[in-house]
Design a binder for this molecule. Sequence first.
Ligand SMILES: Cc1cc2nc3c(=O)[nH]c(=O)nc-3n(C[C@H](O)[C@H](O)[C@H](O)COP(=O)(O)OP(=O)(O)OC[C@H]3O[C@@H](n4cnc5c(N)ncnc54)[C@H](O)[C@@H]3O)c2cc1C
Ligand code: FES
Length: 265
Amino acid sequence: MSAQVTFASIMQNTQIAPDIYLMEIQSAETAEAARPGQFLHIRCTDSLSPLLRRPISIADADKKTGNIKIIYRVVGQGTQLLCRKRPGDSLDIIGPLGQGFPMPDEGQTPVIVGGGIGVAPLLFLAKSVVKETFCPMPKVFLGFETKQEAFGIEFFESLGIELEICTDDGSLGNKCFPTALLKEYLEQCQDKSKLVIYACGPRPMLAGLKDIASAEDITAYFSMEERMACGVGACLGCSVKSSQGAYKKVCKDGPVFEAGEIELT
Ligand SMILES: Cc1cc2nc3c(=O)[nH]c(=O)nc-3n(C[C@H](O)[C@H](O)[C@H](O)COP(=O)(O)OP(=O)(O)OC[C@H]3O[C@@H](n4cnc5c(N)ncnc54)[C@H](O)[C@@H]3O)c2cc1C
Ligand code: FES
């Protein structure tokens, strides 16, 4: 689908954790085209400030109902304006944009690792893996700062997925980072050659995962976040350094990259 502006109808915009909101919008054609890992470029206001759209991942999309979910953390002007929108308002979106997560091959076991707000796109990924592939149930490892900030747990459980959770302060699950949960799992795993890792979260978490995946020779795909302007590959505003030294555009070449493709340090 080309980058065209759509006016979606807001169905719900609810706070689900401190500073974290779940918004449901209705747009049949966007939901039909959406793939896990893709994002919407959202105009947060009708006025000129902020001028630039804000990229937010698609956390779920239902082709049958045309319903799309996004989950966002309020961090600045754009997301502050977004959280004030009400059911019945319209939302100016471009998308779905970018390259999403490739689905696992038959027989591969997906290992999904999410940190904080980075869990959002992994919900859609997990649903698509469970409903659209013949792969074994994904293993899911999630990390949050505290119990209050945790979200998405019931969604994974409703898919029949057993997940392991950790928090920085130990208020929910183990007191560690998701990389430690993954390492523990890999120590017990009989056949690592069948694993494929999918992750989204803070950059230090992705850097740790990249080291683990490379040491164990496991393919890994990461969804990257970078500040964006145009969102469609025209301005170079979102470039990240690739392992080959050239630059890649997060909005067009990504946001999902194979771990070996990008520099994370
Ligand atoms: C492909 C993609 C998918 C994303 N998906 C989600 C999502 O599902 N949910 C969600 O909450 N956020 C997501 N983000 C991040 C989101 O785009 C930013 O938080 C948002 O643009 C901030 O806008 P703002 O106007 O509220 O804050 P601003 O006033 O623009 O910035 C506030 C603070 O956030 C930092 N910041 C802003 N944008 C980014 C960014 N892209 N990466 C890292 N730090 C940033 C700024 O440096 C500043 O410190 C995604 C980003 C990308 C690139
Ligand atoms: S935001 Fe303009 S090229 Fe990516």
